[in-house]
Ligand binder design. Structure first.
Ligand code: DAH
Length: 332
């Protein structure tokens, strides 16, 4: 009888270890350990044995059961792991945008403009930096030479965030605070552009959105002059718009640059596109960022990307950019 029990346990354990599926394993389990199992049939004959023989055989029964139960459990765990892995593999989604060099769907026209701008500036030797959309009043205004209560703050319809001291945290109104982040986190020379989303308390109309995009440029080095600024704007204009385009600067005012200018793009037909602001970085801004204005100079510029994108693609209402109407988006 002991031999028989050992044979059942050996054969059963081998079967269980080879079970190919959880269903098959469940069937083996019922057959080997259930009420109508061979082990149970044998056990019914236990009563006919001598008491000491009964004890030995009884222990062998228990061992055989325990061994088979252990085999079932470990096979079940192995099959469950394999099953989960197979399922994850089958349900896997390919979230990459590029398949064999081809984009699936396509990019929003603002994203297209942004990527081209980055390409052009990287081609001119700039690096790309980014900053957060929620900013401190200090980086958005204070460090940029807007003292508290300065009238120039009124140029920006600022959205404040209920965090920290009242008025200390806001949604950045321009990408210029990223200049402060770059200057305070790395030593000059700096040649960077900083694209991003900006926010102003504004009602959307054909030419304004309360959430829009800007790109900022910052150069900090030794012996940087206004001529470098004008030359960079012109090189950018020709690289981005084409050789037939030119740029011009008009005097303006920004607290963070001195002198300041606005720049326009001159189209081949002689018409203008007013694009953005620029100037020589104000010595107070350099000092606020820990740079010695006697040693370092620089220039900065900034402009909106959304308006550039709609001009380039001939869209006449900015709100079309954000309606997510796929028929509109497909055109670009
Ligand atoms: N931050 C300005 C705005 O949002 C644009 C700007 C003007 C950026 C002059 C500059 C600059 O870097 O030098 O209106």
């Amino acid at each position: 009888m002991l031999d028989q029990i050992a044979r059942i346990a050996d054969a059963g354990a081998a079967e269980v270890a080879a079970a190919a599926t959880l269903d098959e394993l469940r069937a083996f389990e019922t057959r080997l350990l259930g009420k109508k199992s061979e082990l149970n049939d044998l056990k019914a004959k236990l009563g006919g044995l001598q008491p000491d023989e009964r004890r030995t055989v009884g222990l062998a029964f228990n061992d055989a059961r325990a061994r088979l139960e252990g085999a079932v459990e470990s096979r079940r765990a192995a099959l469950a792991t394999a099953h989960r892995a197979a399922r994850l593999d089958a349900e896997r989604l390919d979230l990459t945008e590029v398949v064999a060099g081809r984009r699936l769907g396509h990019l929003h026209l603002v994203t297209q403009a942004l990527e081209r701008l980055e390409d052009v500036f990287v081609g001119l030797g700039f690096t790309v930096a980014e900053g957060p959309e929620v900013e401190t009043d200090w980086r958005n205004f204070g460090a940029l030479n807007f003292p508290p209560g300065h009238p120039a703050r009124d140029m920006y319809d600022t959205l404040y965030v209920d965090y920290g001291e009242p008025g200390a945290t806001l949604l950045r109104t321009h990408t210029s605070p990223v200049q402060v982040r770059v200057m305070t986190s790395q030593p000059p020379p700096i040649y960077s552009v900083m694209p991003g989303r900006v926010f102003r308390q504004d009602t959307a109309d054909a030419t304004h959105l309360p959430v829009f995009h800007q790109i900022e440029g910052l150069v900090i080095d030794r012996d940087i002059t206004f001529a470098h600024l004008a030359g960079t704007i012109d090189a950018f204009t020709k690289a981005f718009f084409g050789g037939g385009f030119a740029s011009r600067l008009r005097p303006s005012y920004f607290p963070f640059t001195e002198p300041s200018a606005e720049f326009d793009i001159i189209r081949p037909d002689g018409t203008f596109l007013e694009l953005g602001g620029c100037g020589m970085v104000h010595p107070n801004v350099l000092a606020n960022c820990g740079l010695d204005p006697e040693e370092w100079q620089g220039f900065a510029f900034g402009f909106g990307i959304d308006r550039l994108a709609i001009t380039r693609f001939g869209v006449d209402d900015m709100r079309d950019l954000i309606t997510n109407d796929v028929r509109f988006l497909r055109q670009f």
